[in-house]
Design a protein around this ligand. Structure first.
Ligand code: NAD
Length: 250
């Protein structure tokens, strides 16, 4: 049966966990071949096994998104393994709290290297292969924290706001060249990135979300599926909030 991503070949950074795992699994179900790129080999290989058990085609590669050589290896692996690269999901990311007075230079540099520079390096490394495919899509995962501030996450806000503008710039750069670039802004989604939260924190998070609940990784995966598919062939430079109406109140 033809899927919504039949004929597509996707590289998904951070595909071993959380939102990346959901996107890898859903993309494969919809007919894409998927290269899961992540630092976490055991978890990444487990995602690949799950996809294969469902009849999909996937492989794992160790990818450090802050390293240009690691990106070059991943892109060439995708092309040699699957014959082409049509789809890049820049999903890998980290979070740590810290306001301006608490954040260290080291913490700032690490956040920017992974969340911001990692997205630039991914688009740069995959660019030629995506152009050669003739019909490509990039989906960048920012955050609602790339649109709005909070008092305790300075470097995360800076990194995710940069992802927003890189999406717009990329959409314009590639508008006539067969690559669409779109950005997803997740609200609060239940994944390991949230860390250990107390029942009180959990209640406070839910109280701040108009729908009254956190999201599921598949909520992001379905948004990404649409933007990666040819159903979105006239959509580029778009910003899709998946956040239980959180941003509607900002
Ligand atoms: P997660 O921690 O479950 O997954 C992140 C993945 O990225 C992990 O598998 C991790 O190993 C990988 N990763 C980290 N550094 C890497 C590196 N240098 N190179 C390659 N891979 C690396 O978290 P998640 O919630 O699935 O996060 C996915 C993306 O969604 C992130 O960019 C995050 O900022 C964004 N996001 C998440 C939420 C949320 O509430 N979960 C909200 C907004 C945005």
């Amino acid at each position: 049966m033809a899927g919504r991503l039949s004929g597509k070949s996707a590289l998904i950074s951070g595909g071993a966990s959380g939102l990346g795992e959901a996107q890898a699994t859903l993309f494969a179900r919809e007919g894409a071949t998927v290269l899961v790129g992540d630092l976490q080999g055991d978890k990444g290989n487990a995602v690949v096994e799950t996809i294969r058990a469902e009849g999909g085609e996937a492989a794992f590669i160790r990818l450090d998104v802050s390293d240009p050589e690691s990106w070059a290896t991943a892109v060439s692996d995708a092309v040699s393994r699957f014959g082409k690269l049509t789809t890049l999901v820049n999903n890998a990311g980290i979070f740590h709290p810290g306001g301006i007075l608490e954040e260290t230079k080291e913490g700032w540099d690490r956040m920017i290297a992974i969340n911001q520079t990692g997205v630039f390096l991914g688009m740069k490394a995959a660019g030629d292969a995506l152009l050669q495919s003739g019909n490509a899509a990039i989906v960048n995962i920012s955050s609602l924290y790339g649109l709005m501030g909070s008092p305790n996450a300075i470097s995360y806000h800076a990194s995710k706001a940069a992802v927003r503008l890189m999406g717009k710039a990329g959409a314009l750069e590639f508008a006539k060249r067969g690559i669409r670039v779109n950005t997803i802004f997740p609200g609060q989604i239940l994944t390991p990135i949230l860390g250990d939260i107390t029942p009180e924190q959990d209640a406070a998070i839910k109280a701040s979300i108009p729908m009254g609940t956190v999201g599921d990784p598949m909520d992001i995966a379905y948004a990404s599926l649409y933007l990666a598919s040819d159903e979105a062939k006239y959509v580029s430079g778009a910003e899709l909030w998946v956040d239980g109406a959180w941003y509607a109140g900002q």
